[in-house]
Ligand binder design. Structure first.
Ligand code: GLC
Length: 478
């Protein structure tokens, strides 16, 4: 596995959780899994880690050399071996991805360098993997090297699999990035990577990988057939027979209310008393009125356009005036959205709680203590939080898109209650109506609420099925 993120060390989004939990699951099934990730500045090395005695050496195009130290991490719960590559110049800065156009090029160089280093890691070791599995554009660069640049047959013949977690981010750079990457400007390379006058690493990755995975079946359809392909729909269409949608699983040793160590009281579907305690804790944590009879609607998300939280921001005053409910929000992102949420928390003190930040434990308490979980995402390739929320008895309210369609059974009627509420259009009006419906069920038809909760809590979102599908892809790639 070659990845730009790995939980719990380096996480921006679900990619980190997925690479970590999928690797763990594969290793448990006796596959030999090695994960390679950059050692970013914020990751502190640990005295238990083993520093490997050799350094990787990479020739740069200014004829200088760069070196990478290799750290092997011994993770007690996982049989997968995790390796961090250390290079101060390219990985040392704290921000994993670019935050503005000005440092876009730097980030491009970071992942070009990382992709080369990962290949050097394989060259250097005697171990030849049966499969190299890459994730998104950041490491989708690896299959391009292996197919178009690499001369050593031992490496160039290793089959590659590329998972698309989010096609909105493609790694688009000026052509001069090819010089840095030491990719010759041959017609083949230009044709493979060229994109609207620039180069596009994800496009190249899609064309050079042996097999492609999208993180849900619905997303596999959307990126080929709708505008959610973000300009790569035709390229993907040309690889349709090698593209498969496989729903991500969740790590049920971490996300399970019966054993979760981050929540004040555990609970299970036939004994929900612990959930009541969690709700009380959650209200206390966010300084909300401690009332069991008021529904809590929760958000845990990156505050970016994709996640559609402006749709919620736009209706907060209406909701607060017309309905009885509480809202809790955890996340960071657009400063404008952060400010708006903070202002609402002051204005509606006791009803809205906002935490602008990252936190490893708090999402667990939020899932456990809330009654509803909001995901108005404009698009959502898979989404993990709606699965966590169902398992924790917090009913998801979601926009009908991507993995949300594949995981949430929409409420249709009292006789077909499903596991959550789904709205078709990504508008604040549609979200508003869905929240009103949810309130109606919570306050006036609590038996239906309970039916939905039980149905969600009994769902199996573990990796079991999806890991077998991955194994089939690996086999078919060989
Ligand atoms: C990206 C997608 C998200 C998906 C995650 C893991 O963050 O936006 O929908 O769950 O990757 O695959």
């Amino acid at each position: 596995m070659i990845s730009s993120e790995i939980a719990p060390y380096a996480k921006v989004g679900g990619l980190a959780d997925v690479v970590s939990s999928l690797s763990k699951e594969l290793a448990q099934r006796e596959h030999e899994v090695k994960i390679i990730c950059p050692l970013y500045g914020f990751i502190a090395t640990d005295s238990n880690w083993q520093e490997q005695k050799d350094l990787l050496s990479l020739k740069m195009n200014d004829s200088g050399q760069e070196f990478c130290r290799i750290w092997r991490v011994n993770e007690c719960e996982s049989k997968a071996a995790l390796y961090f590559l250390e290079n101060e110049k390219y990985f040392g800065e704290n921000q994993i991805y670019h935050t503005n156009e000005a440092n876009n090029e730097k980030i491009g160089q970071r992942f070009v360098f990382f992709s080369r280093a990962a290949i050097e890691f394989c060259r250097h070791s005697e171990w030849t993997p049966d499969i190299i599995h890459c994730h998104d554009w950041m490491t989708g660069i690896v299959p391009i090297y292996l197919k178009l640049v690499e001369k050593d047959e031992r490496l160039s013949e290793i089959p590659t699999v590329l998972t698309i977690h989010n096609i909105q981010h493609q790694g688009i750079f000026d052509r001069k990035m090819l010089d840095f990457a030491q990719m010759p400007q041959t017609p083949l390379i230009i044709e493979t990577l060229g994109f609207e006058g620039s180069i596009n690493f994800l496009k190249g990755g899609i064309l050079c990988s042996k097999k492609l995975i999208a993180v849900s079946e619905r997303y596999a359809y959307e990126i080929v057939n709708t505008k959610l392909g973000y300009g790569l729909d035709a390229v993907l269409g040309s690889r349709k027979k090698d593209l498969i949608g496989i729903l991500n699983g969740i790590d049920t040793t971490i996300w399970n209310p019966e054993i979760d160590q981050y929540i004040p009281k555990n609970f299970k579907v036939d004994d929900m008393s612990g959930k009541k305690e969690c709700k009380k804790f959650l209200q206390r944590h966010f300084n909300l009125e401690e009332r069991e009879d008021i529904a809590i609607f929760a958000v845990v998300a990156r505050l970016y356009w994709q996640k559609g939280l402006d749709l919620l921001l736009d209706i907060i005053p209406r909701l607060m005036n017309e309905e009885k409910l509480q809202i809790v929000v955890l996340g960071t992102g657009e400063s404008d959205w952060e400010e708006r949420f903070k202002t609402f928390a002051l204005e509606y003190e006791g009803q809205i709680g906002v935490n602008i930040g990252h936190n490893q434990r708090l999402p667990h308490l939020i899932e456990a203590g809330s009654d509803f979980f909001l995901m108005p995402s404009r698009f959502e390739p898979c989404g993990l939080s709606q699965m966590y929320s169902m398992v924790y008895g917090s009913i998801p309210i979601v926009h009908a898109t991507g993995g949300l369609i594949d995981t949430v059974e929409p409420y249709q009627s009292k006789t077909m209650p499903g596991t959550g509420f789904m709205f078709e259009e990504a508008t604040s009006e549609a979200l508003y109506k869905a929240i009103l419906k949810a309130c109606d069920i919570f306050y006036h038809n609590n038996n239906i609420y309970r039916l939905m909760q039980v149905r969600g809590m009994k769902k199996d979102f573990s990796w079991k099925k999806s890991v077998e599908k991955h194994e089939n892809v690996y086999l078919s790639a060989q």
